[in-house]
Design a protein around this ligand. Sequence first.
Ligand code: SAH
Length: 224
Amino acid sequence: MNDHSRSVHGIGMTSARTRARMIDRLVEQGIQNAKVLACFELVPRHLFVDEALGHKAYEDISVPIGYAQTLSQPYIVAKMSELVLQAPHHERVLEIGTGSGFQTCVLANLVDEVYSVERIAPLQQKAKSRLQQLNLKNVQLKMDDGFFGWPEEGPFDVIIGTAAPSEPPMELLDQLIPDGGRLIMPIGEEQQYLTVIDKVDDQITKTQIEPVVFVPMLSGVKNA
Ligand code: SAH
């Protein structure tokens, strides 16, 4: 074996082992959906964080992605993905807060069409190039203030938010399909809860899933 093949092989072995550990942990933490677990085995999480932090990508922690933002720990991304697949309809999904693009990539492997909005231009650009490299054909990205959703492409079966507003934004509720639409996002200020809002016959019911810590959802766009 020459040096090059040994190093490539070595990296592969390490990452297969760390990924397997991450999957075991997700199962222990209560993630059951086989499609979600398979997806976590497949998606190269380390490509979504800066190279220097690559070794931390599969640990049970959130990882900084710059601009005071973070990529959530694997459990939260998996839990939210499970809640997406448990929605009555989940073909067309809107994500608010593209960030690194990792949750976007996971969703793209689980549903038909993913739309994702990000308000910080450099993060959006980086996520765009990562997702292009992975050759995902079912993802549309937009640089904008996600409080307004993406009305031109709505309504959506599911809207998932990865930053926390103090109240569920009306514009997002309006962009859900009237019967069976679902909003999944952290909601709250000092204390946030991962919250599911289901819309049936235009009536909404709210369920708090668990306490969480997310970055706040902020208004307006940031170009640099
Ligand atoms: N899903 C991301 C998580 C990133 S953190 C990932 O997998 O990496 C949350 C992201 O939400 C940040 O990038 C932040 O800039 C973005 N965000 C916050 N408020 C927003 C808004 N109003 N519109 C769009 N994105 C927003």
